[in-house]
Design a protein around this ligand. Sequence first.
Ligand SMILES: [Zn+2]
Length: 405
Amino acid sequence: MTTEFAPPGPLDARDATRLRVLQCIRSAGAISRTDIAQALDSSPATVTSACVALLEAGLIREEQRPPSENVQRGRPRVMLQINGDALAVAGMKVARDAILVMIADFKGDEIGTYVSPLAQSRMSPDQLVQEVRRALDAACAALDMSPDQIAGLSLGMPGFVNGESSFMHWSSSVTERNVNFAPLFRRDLPCPTFLDNDANLVAKAEHLFGAGKGLRNFLVVTIEHGVGMGIVLNGELYRGERGCGAEFGHMKVQFGGALCQCGQRGCLEAYVGDYAMVRDAFTGRQVDAAKTIQDILDAARGGDTLAQEVLDRASQILGVALANLVNLFDPEHIVLARSRPPFDHPYSETLLNALRQNTVQVDAPLPEITVRNLNEMMWAKGATAHGIEMVTLLKLRGEGAEDAA
Ligand SMILES: [Zn+2]
């Protein structure tokens, strides 16, 4: 099956206004045009024009409400609401052992979730797209939906990914480098599909639904197999010029240091990522591929000095690296998110001491730090939020957008 669509590309001023109006309706629940104009400090004509486009695309609907009680002979008020039934989107995260799927309506409310197991954690680009198709079909079948009902699919993947062009420079989930996924998506998937870095999607989820709600400057650091980061600056996700910025995990912490899965040496995640800690804690011993962070913790508790050293070193390096982030960005808040068994190592005293000692000293408290034992579906939820935004742009540019403005 082939679908014809172009990625939405950069926002122009008209798109930006329409998205702001839509966001205003989304946060208010139900709101009149006059109140939107007031909230956005816009002219009524601008708001009316944006609403015409949103109504024609079927993304919002009108509801007549009786005049307020204190207005004796007022006219009925017309309230605008998000049309939750307008469309459904699928959000997916490619994890090591499964593709996590969430299907949501246009309001962002969950319709259902599905976990599609993966036989292997690294795949060719073609295999990956086939697995995504399989996950979509299985999720839809489980939820009694047809894949044709999905208006857009947003896919989060670890690695260096350009979210605007669906070009992947490198990912630990894929066996090849420099892959343009856009034509593969068009060839094999039934709906417009958007690729992004998974940590960016977690930042998006935290911004819309979590600890970053209402904040302008905050960071989300994800620690799992690798280490990722999402940066929100001035209320917007910062992606960098080539769309693959914020690779905190590959910040160098040691010249010629430990080998990283990206092929370079001395990266942060070569000391702090799960794979690196397992590798180092069981060096020179019978290495069991099934060993996990939990085994390192158990070994350390049992008096194993190598396991304890690996934990201490990871806490110290992560603490210094976080201090560098505070020194660079001066954020309001940092979320440390990890999806595997809750354990206290990333937030240990060693980490906090390293963070305090290496932060530039000013007469102000450190940014707030939240440790999040990330619900695995939060990744997929972030992907749905991104999918809703992308599909909105496609709808506005395609259906009824041209004559509306
Ligand atoms: Zn690296």
